[in-house]
Ligand binder design. Structure first.
Ligand SMILES: *[C@@H]1O[C@H](CO)[C@@H](O)[C@H](O)[C@H]1NC(C)=O
Ligand SMILES: *[C@@H]1O[C@H](CO)[C@@H](O)[C@H](O)[C@H]1NC(C)=O
Ligand SMILES: *[C@@H]1O[C@H](CO)[C@@H](O)[C@H](O)[C@H]1NC(C)=O
Ligand SMILES: *[C@@H]1O[C@H](CO)[C@@H](O)[C@H](O)[C@H]1NC(C)=O
Length: 519
């Protein structure tokens, strides 16, 4: 059961609507074409700086907390020192984007490349690189969507005042954003301040599994014992929201009239499904949605954290002053949605008796992940979960403009170029987005994660999401299109697409000819 009838007397109506949705879902997800989307809907693909650029220690760049994390061995000993070398190969990559037919490319700026150590003068080589990349995109008609912070805070600021734990971050981030708007804002219209602050805070400050690996027992998933899982995740998100709103305010005052761009933030979402159709599990499911999505979105839309969070975390969740609340409220033009999988949720209110508390305890729900969450297994194709979350934006958060900024399928990196499971996933989810649009969702674009096989946060080069395979054993780091790239290409050229068509594509001789890569 996906929808949640509010009262039993409306149950029949809801079930009817649900069946209609499923019916439409089956029809459109089976076969659809690009021209069924609004004319101004953009299709793109995404990467981020540390995951593709390489040249991490040269041309003036200083380390970020992600460099530190990777070099401590947390991504199977791999790191982004070379990655895809997009720093040198950006022209080739933009050419591939053109061949693929992308309208837009989502990438991020490395703060410590543009402003080494986080504060002070710009690095001329960093400035040149981003100008080159942006110009190359623009002359090829590809819209840049730029993120300012993607897990890669300058290590110098982490060392100086604890990075996102310190209030100084608000001013430093605003100055960094100011430099980006000033230098690139004549060509960049879509700015995301911070990528998925919810996962950044949970991974980096509660469980200690992502940069900057902070946590406290018993909540640590890694050995790290610096930190405070009870308190820090809430503080970090608070500072991110304040820094975001400060940057958004600056843009509106200083740049918007001339540059006409848009500011957003992106948020990680699960499709949240009650484990059973009981009141307890349905309430717990909404609580999980509050803790993941509402944590970021409610301050932006309503000026404060969700009631369930304030109740359960009490004084450990910071409070906004009236002035801060006003600044945060409305400080967005769009929200970026990051989505891969669904979870089941069951009530776990008893856990609130625990003496030691963290985000997961406060949430008072047990999340039941599919096997794929803990393994390298491929993701199931369950786009109704995404449609449901998009519908929640409409029902709960005023239907803001959304970009699906990440969605994609994981496969073993060196398995095959014939990535049928990725084609099935993209086909299913893009069809799901079409259904959501027809149901009134305010989605403006869709970006596949990822354009290339990148250096992944947790799995390094072991698993991948790319439309293009990058041969890491080849000194030239040659890119090869996968079946999914060919499928996306055909879809973007306006061909009507179905799974049957994808299987036909699978016989494409250009894919067979690079079969030697995998034996
Ligand atoms: C945790 O510590 C143990 C013992 O010091 C070590 O063998 C193990 O590799 C560490 N694990 C991680 C993820 O660092
Ligand atoms: C975490 O921070 C809170 C609030 O400052 C404090 O009460 C608690 O003792 C700290 N816990 C640890 C493990 O340091
Ligand atoms: C989640 O619940 C659905 C039924 O609502 C079930 O089909 C699915 O297997 C469950 N998933 C997990 C991971 O338990
Ligand atoms: C793929 O990579 C894994 C390590 O990431 C390795 O164990 C495996 O042998 C590789 N398979 C092929 C076909 O190269």
């Amino acid at each position: 059961m996906i929808m949640e009838p509010e009262t039993s007397c409306f149950a029949f109506m809801f079930i009817t609507i649900l069946l209609m949705n499923l019916y439409v879902g089956v029809l459109s997800a089976d076969k659809y074409s690009r021209d069924e989307f609004p004319a101004d809907f953009v299709f793109g693909a995404a990467t981020s700086a540390y995951q593709v650029e390489g040249v991490a220690k040269e041309d003036g760049r200083t380390p970020s907390i992600w460099d530190t994390f990777a070099h401590a061995g947390y991504a199977y000993g791999a790191n982004g020192d070379v990655a895809c070398d997009e720093y040198h190969k950006y022209k080739e990559d933009v050419r591939l984007m053109v061949e693929t037919g992308l309208d837009a490319y989502r990438f991020s700026i490395s703060w410590s490349r543009l402003i080494p150590n986080g504060r002070g003068p710009l690095n001329p080589k960093g400035l040149q690189y981003y100008n080159n990349l942006i110009n190359e995109l623009i002359i090829n008609g590809i819209q840049p969507h730029v993120t300012l912070h993607n897990y890669d805070l300058p290590q110098a600021l982490e060392d100086e005042y604890g990075g996102w734990l310190g209030r100084d971050i608000i001013e430093d981030f605003t100055n960094y954003a100011d430099a980006c708007f000033r230098e690139f804002g004549d060509r960049v219209l879509y700015w995301t301040t911070v990528n998925e602050p919810n996962v950044f805070a949970i991974g980096g400050y509660d469980q200690g599994i992502t940069p900057p690996q902070r946590c406290s027992p018993p909540f640590c998933v890694t050995n790290s014992t610096r930190g405070n899982s009870t308190y820090e995740p809430y503080l970090v998100v608070h500072h991110i929201l304040l820094a975001h709103s400060s940057a958004a305010r600056l843009y509106r005052i200083k740049y918007r009239d001339n540059q006409h761009g848009f500011i957003g933030i992106s948020v990680y979402t699960f499709g949240c499904i009650p484990q059973t159709n009981t009141e307890k599990d349905r309430v717990a499911t909404q609580r999980v949605r509050d803790f993941f999505l509402g944590w970021i979105v409610e301050p932006l839309v309503y000026g404060d954290y969700p009631i369930s969070m304030r109740t359960n975390a009490g004084a450990r969740i910071p409070t906004f002053t009236d002035r801060e609340s006003e600044l945060v409220k409305g400080s967005y033009d769009f929200i970026g949605v990051i989505h891969y999988i669904n979870i089941n949720v069951t009530d776990n209110a008893d856990i609130l008796n625990n003496k030691l508390r963290d985000f997961n305890v406060d949430m008072a729900a047990k999340i039941i992940y599919g096997r794929e969450f803990y393994s390298d297994e491929e993701y199931p194709v369950t786009p109704l979960g995404l449609q449901q979350e998009l519908n929640k934006f409409k029902l709960l958060y005023g239907n803001p403009p959304l970009f699906i900024y990440e969605n994609g399928q994981r496969t073993a990196r060196n398995s095959t170029l014939h990535d049928v499971s990725r084609v099935k996933y993209l086909h299913g989810y893009i069809g799901g987005v079409l259904d959501a649009l027809r149901n009134g969702a305010n989605v403006k674009g869709y970006f596949v994660w990822s354009f290339l096989d990148v250096f992944e946060l947790l799995s390094g080069y072991k698993s991948s999401f790319g439309l293009y395979y990058v041969d890491e054993d080849d000194p030239e780091l040659k890119r090869y299109p996968k079946l999914s790239a060919k499928w996306y290409m055909q879809f973007l050229r306006g061909r009507s697409t179905s799974i049957v068509g994808a299987i036909e594509l699978n016989k494409d001789p250009s894919l067979v000819s690079v079969g030697h890569l995998f034996h």
